[in-house]
Write a protein that binds this ligand. Structure first.
Ligand code: ZN
Ligand code: ZN
Length: 358
């Protein structure tokens, strides 16, 4: 699939585009923040293709045949606007710029064979865990550099095997494109939440309330961090999960995320478990491991991310007794989350929290 554009502002969907109106809802799609897909097809909407919704998958009006008519890169849409976009384009209610980049589709024998389907396997060493790229790999800090600076500003001296130059130095190779675009924007967005959460209710500072959108943003960041921790310690999570996450920029429905307060004794704690959850009638499932549990701390917060790989209608159930201490922020965030909670975790309750997922 190739596109071509003239010089000037980079058209939506072409390499280097930054933001553009959504073809579905009309509001802005930000390349490095939102989950989005690219739409191509005829100006009349008689034939449409969309890609970027799922890893290695293209949607088309008619997958069997490309029309003889000229095709264009029509633009981009939010992941959540895919159906509205299709309806609007087919109804012919979208006005396009006079100039659109050409789009050529290759089909059948023209398409070079794809590498073996391996989205169900964990990422391989030497490739970006979020997009499989083997080019321009950079060091992504699992605990971000802003966190080390924050600790320094609070008077901490960072020592130990996992530090370098008074910074936490636990890194994983991630491609330049993932690291410096969507992951960096997510990191910046979440820092704006984590630091006020850490300080809320301390001294003269008022408690704060987190909205649903803010809890979802926190969950997205916690899942990103959990995926990096998994990649660091011999990954078990299928790469398809990470690739889909990089496209959608929200956790999948088979993942749960909780947050709690934590009295820090060290700069960070982390634990990862590969698990074999049983079905509700006590049976094992076909794949093993079929799930993971990752618990980690940052500032005075503890996050727990649990997910399973069985997909479909399988759901996780939380039977634990952590009312008032541990709060689900994905997939069912509360309408408002007041912070800080009255009960928190500490070094003493850490082991029990980690072991509470089984
Ligand atoms: Zn939209
Ligand atoms: Zn990447």
């Amino acid at each position: 699939m190739t596109g071509r554009a003239d010089a000037g502002k980079v058209p939506a969907g072409m390499p280097g585009w930054r933001n553009a109106p959504c073809l579905g809802c009309g509001s802005k799609v930000v390349q490095s923040r939102d989950g989005w897909l690219i739409i191509g097809g005829t100006r009349s909407g008689s034939y449409l293709v969309a890609w970027g919704a799922m890893p290695r998958l293209i949607y088309a009006t008619d997958p069997a045949g490309v029309p003889g008519e000229k095709l264009f890169m029509l633009g981009v849409a939010h992941q959540s606007c895919i159906h509205t976009t299709r309806a609007r384009l087919e109804a012919g209610t979208v006005r396009f710029p006079a100039e659109l980049p050409d789009l050529e589709l290759e089909q059948g024998d023209q398409v070079p064979p794809l590498p073996l389907y391996m989205l169900d396997k964990p990422a391989e060493p030497g490739s970006c865990p979020f997009c499989d790229s083997r080019f321009l790999l950079t060091d992504e800090h699992i605990w971000p550099l802003w966190y080390s600076r924050e600790l320094q500003a609070r008077g901490a001296i960072l020592t130990g095997a996992a530090t370098k130059n008074n910074r936490i130095n636990i890194t994983i190779p991630v491609c330049d494109d993932c690291n410096n675009k969507w992951m960096s924007v997510l990191e910046g967005d979440v820092k704006e939440l984590l630091v006020p959460m850490a300080d809320a209710g301390a001294g003269a500072r008022e408690p704060i309330q987190l909205s649903v959108a803010q809890q979802i943003r926190l969950s997205t960041w916690a899942v990103k961090t959990a995926y990096l921790i998994d990649a660091y310690q011999g990954p078990v999570i299928p790469r398809g999960f990470l690739q889909e996450f990089a496209l959608k920029r929200v956790p999948n429905p088979w993942t749960m995320v909780w947050v709690g307060g934590y009295t820090p004794d060290v700069a960070l704690r982390a634990d990862k478990k590969a698990l074999d959850f049983l079905t509700s009638d006590g049976q094992p499932t076909k794949n093993s491991p079929n799930s993971f549990s990752i618990t980690f701390t940052i500032l005075n917060l503890v996050f727990q991310v649990v997910g399973h790989f069985n997909g479909g209608t399988w759901t996780l159930r939380d039977n634990r007794q952590y009312d008032g201490a541990l709060f689900e922020i994905w997939p069912n965030p509360a309408e408002k989350l007041s912070w800080p909670p009255s009960i928190g975790f500490s070094q003493i309750s850490w082991d029990a929290l980690v072991a509470s997922i089984s």
